[in-house]
Design a protein around this ligand. Sequence first.
Ligand code: AVI
Length: 346
Amino acid sequence: MSTFSAPPETPATALAPANSAIAAAVREGLTAPRKSLPAWLFYDAEGSRLFEQITLLPEYYLTRTERAIFQAEADRIIAAAFQSWHQATGDGQPTPDGAGRLRLLELGAGTATKTGILLAAAVRAQGETEYLPIDVSESAIAEACLTLTETLPQVNLQPQVANYVTDDLAIALHDGPTLALYIGSSIGNFGHDEAVAILRNLRAQLRPGDTLLLGTDLVKDTAILEAAYCDADRVTEAFNLNMLRRLNRELGAGFDLSTFRHVARYNREASRIEMHLRSTRTQQVSIPSLNLSIPFQAGESIHTENSYKFTPDSIRHLLREGGFAVTHTYTDPQNYFAVTLATVAA
Ligand code: AVI
């Protein structure tokens, strides 16, 4: 049983939590009977840097596999998005004044490193192309815009800083097809209900004939999956532990990082990698700014992330619940990763 108390000797310091959302999430997660912290807490500046490093690791096949699929299929994906629009509306290719052009929108765009491949294909097909990156991180969007302005001057950027998980999307109307991107297996970090809610939020902004390109990691051999989340260079371990370092810095918490171990296990029944931080000893960790002292048994863990793995059937069902119908599936020769094109369901 995990209980907590604020011992009288723990002063409520003047250290006001920098961010009340962090404080609320930490209080809720660490005082629950099964301790957890939300995965969005990974992404401070250091966590984002470590994640970029993860995407380059030999064990972390996800990013390079999805990129290879885009490189092989980008022109066909753009053509299929036009085709879906044509089937729903009867409209053909864009007119010389630009009406009917395909625009790209991206949820959780981040620095948009892989998106350039799809944008370049759209530019090849139609010339000038509008791109709406949506991300909660202003600095990531700024970096994406800077890179794209230099590399793809025919892309017209319309960035939006928004949290697509907690807020309703508000996307401007467009007089042609929209191809929405939700790539990088980002949907895998949400449970089923939240994933469906994200898709429905997006669906509400789209029209018949618009399309969604969804990137998802696929179920595979346990050893390959676990290696991707427990790499030899221990970058994922540093990424996981960085969450505690962040709580020490931003909430004045007293986590001793040397007493927590990184654990990544594949839960086959739930089709997900689970990441945990396991306390190696019985201890109390104080968080003075929250007036909390958190007890840990030796071996007790904090669940920090789920990363769901999919099958073609589970992708189809998830998209169907979110209001989309699958039209095309693109995979790599090893069937490690799927990029699925789906149209707005009638
Ligand atoms: C961002 N997301 C898709 C990554 C994943 O694979 O679930 C986050 C990650 N966690 C550990 N390694 C990478």
